[in-house]
Design a protein around this ligand. Structure first.
Ligand SMILES: [Zn+2]
Length: 427
């Protein structure tokens, strides 16, 4: 395996600590050494003087195939977005649309410094194959809709995928009950029990809108968190998408392995409100998600983190949502996925971003963290590496996007031509 020396950069670690003028040696896909004046013998050298080297960015909630639907459902509220637009289109989506949608998503992620993501979609095998072909890492949940109370088919499918991708160092599989409103309590309990038996976690939408929470109270006399708790869902690793409207009682139910993925751009675009999330954000294992591009339009973790801070500061809280806290929140997503990424330490996977901030959009560099969180965009991502392999190099994608764009265009024409079908989903 090639040796690569990232020479003379400023390291920005997961705790927002900066170490200037440091070399980072990559060998065998991991960080082999850190220090000053490391021996470059046998290594390719990338000069990082004046640049910042950080762990790659994690996204803890995505629907990567939805890139193929980007721009189809605009200027609608959450109810119409689901019921009148997205679910009717999704009822006619094909595995090929899902594969190329995911490839498009992965290409955008690599371009903006995202190296790992937690995905939630049906036809998850197509998602996993696209991830494998893209070079990124992903923790993939196979979405289970079990409104009829029978999760046996979903459990069998997830077990098939667990077998298929066992030992893959860039793909992890977990259970993906869609939500407490699209799975019955019985089905939810069965999915949680299967996840426990298989030694993996779950990824689920929770407490996303006030109306859903009210409906849950009407139907079960319980909040989403109380329903999941009764099913045992907080006793295993849990990625909770949104958690926007949780109450004090809900917070007390969360487990040590419950990680919450906030996707503020979706809440802003679909007019969903701030819920209670910004009140108790520091009491949660809070991380950043992007949701799907059909609602968020991009998969920039940086944009979502920035929006989270700005929404928090909006009404008289300018001294809160501090740079270091926002960076730690962003980096925390690594811990919710089982790849050992997100650490600048010897032996850790070399999943890295090199930021070029010597640019009219970000200079001068009094505060690199401010430059990244409030000024930078994907044009400042000089290199993106996963397992020591370049996915973006010298500002350009390593994989030529021409075929990908042609395939995505072909799929989009097919989706437009087929139009909307009848969805079996509702809320
Ligand atoms: Zn979602």
């Amino acid at each position: 395996m090639d040796k690569l020396l990232l020479r003379g950069g400023t390291l920005l670690d997961e705790e927002a600590r900066l170490t200037r003028d440091t070399d980072l040696l990559v060998e065998g896909g991991v960080i082999a050494a850190l220090g000053q004046n490391l021996d470059p013998a046998g290594a390719r050298v990338a000069d990082c003087a004046g640049m910042v080297v950080s762990p790659g960015l994690p996204v803890l909630h995505a629907h990567s195939p939805m890139h193929i639907l980007r721009g189809l459902a605009e200027d609608v509220d959450a109810d119409d977005w689901f019921n009148k637009e997205i679910w009717p289109y999704e009822s006619k989506i094909t595995p090929e649309d899902i594969y190329w949608g995911t490839r498009l998503c992965c290409a955008e992620m690599a371009d903006c410094g995202v190296t790992v993501f937690a995905d939630h979609y049906f036809e998850a095998e197509s998602v996993a194959r696209a991830v494998r072909d893209s070079g990124l890492r992903a923790d993939i949940a196979s979405t289970a809709f079990a409104m009829d109370g029978d999760a046996a088919g979903d459990i069998a499918e997830t077990r098939r995928l667990l077998g298929l991708f066992a030992g893959d160092d860039r793909v992890r599989i977990r259970y993906g009950p869609h939500s407490t409103y699209l799975c019955t309590p019985q089905a939810l309990g069965d999915l949680v029990a299967a996840a426990k038996a298989d030694g993996v976690g779950i990824h689920i939408h929770m407490s996303e809108s006030q109306e859903e929470e009210r409906a849950s109270l009407r139907l079960y006399g319980k909040s989403h968190c109380q329903v999941l708790d009764a099913a045992g869902g907080f006793g295993l690793p849990c990625i909770m998408a949104h958690g926007l409207w949780m109450t004090e009682e809900d917070l007390a139910l969360l487990g040590p392995d419950t990680f919450v993925a906030a996707c503020p751009k979706t809440y802003l675009k679909l007019g969903m409100g701030r819920g209670t999330l910004w009140d108790h954000w520091q009491r949660l294992n809070l991380c950043i998600g992007t949701d799907g591009a059909a609602s968020s339009n991009t998969v920039s973790a940086l944009e979502q983190a920035r929006l989270f801070a700005l929404v928090g500061k909006l009404e008289g809280r300018a001294a809160e949502f501090r740079l270091e806290d926002i960076w730690r929140m962003l980096m925390r997503g690594h811990r919710a996925m089982d790849f050992g990424t997100g650490v600048l330490g010897v032996g850790a996977p070399a999943d890295l971003v090199v930021w070029d901030l010597n640019d009219p959009g970000t200079a001068p560099l009094y505060n690199p963290l401010a430059a990244i969180l409030y000024s930078a965009d994907r044009t400042n991502v000089r290199h993106t590496l996963v397992a020591g392999r370049f996915l973006k190099r010298d500002g350009k994608p390593v994989q030529d996007p021409a075929e990908l764009l042609a395939q995505a265009d072909r799929c989009a024409r097919g989706i437009s031509a087929r139009g909307k079908g009848v969805s079996r989903l509702f809320f």
